[in-house]
Design a protein around this ligand. Sequence first.
Ligand SMILES: Nc1ncnc2c1ncn2[C@@H]1O[C@H](COP(=O)(O)OP(=O)(O)OP(=O)(O)O)[C@@H](O)[C@H]1O
Length: 317
Amino acid sequence: MSDAASFEGELAINVEGLTKSFGGRKVVDNVDMQVAKGEIYGFLGPNGSGKTTTIRLLCGLLTPDAGHGTCLGYDIITESPRIKLEVGYMTQRFSLYEDLSIRENLDFVARIYGLPNRREAVEETIEKLNLKGRADQLAGMLSGGWKQRLALASCIMHKPQLLLLDEPTAGVDPKARREFWDEIHELAAGGLTVLVSTHYMDEAERCNKICYLAYGHLLARGTAQEVIAQSGLKTWTVSGSSPRRIRKLAHDLTGKSGIDMVAPFGATLHISGLDEAALERAIFPWRNDDDLSWRQDDPTLEDVFILMMNKASDNFT
Ligand SMILES: Nc1ncnc2c1ncn2[C@@H]1O[C@H](COP(=O)(O)OP(=O)(O)OP(=O)(O)O)[C@@H](O)[C@H]1O
């Protein structure tokens, strides 16, 4: 059996070739993943692209059909019970006992884990996640943001080394999301490794590294800047004399050769293409239009992800 301490300074997650099928359909296909200790690693991709399945393969809840590797220094196939003990997993539909208070919910979780010094562990967690003022409130009466904070508290009370968060802030307002992310950064600063799936671009940008999974295939990885640069996408931002003018331009350019994507952003339009020369040719007839103002821009992460999603749906579905 491997020694978890031996992964110190190494990779918290190191897997290769992970593959999993359901009903004859590959939902995770040959995925490699390396996550350094203490890193916040974002997991992005369209609905049904295999993010949750990959998370379950990593923590030993599912066995891969092919592939191998380690999580926290333990073999994901032969040592999954050890992994489960050292991972905090916040599932998409995390359930709390609504008629128990925050403190009672945490006490219940502490019992399940069989934590020694249960009371101390609960109070320490309440303190750590700033839940003190609400500790006696019923979970069912909490706002979405506080519920997520309680869910997070439940996942870290047993002091895991790796936190797996599956869309932890879905449906939570921006202020509560920001506070939740401040907390994640604080935990990572203390040495915890975090793998988080999200559909929010601002959250992707708060990760140290990200990867993009589509239809089971890992299409990109790196820092947000690296993923944007690797995409090779060229983008123009256009503003117009009126919303109607911008709508007409979007209509005229959509589907034109050389243009891979046309996306409205507020009062502007993002026009992107992978072949710079072909893009220039496509927009040329509108470049001197007095009603339009053109600016060459860096593509956003969202531009890049939408392009990858469109291309993946052509290639894999
Ligand atoms: N236990 C299962 N049995 C059969 N099919 C499954 C099972 N679990 C997941 N799937 C299917 O595998 C595919 C990938 O699902 P998964 O939940 O991993 O995607 P996801 O990227 O997490 O999606 P979302 O962003 O919607 O949460 C989906 O088509 C899903 O229906």
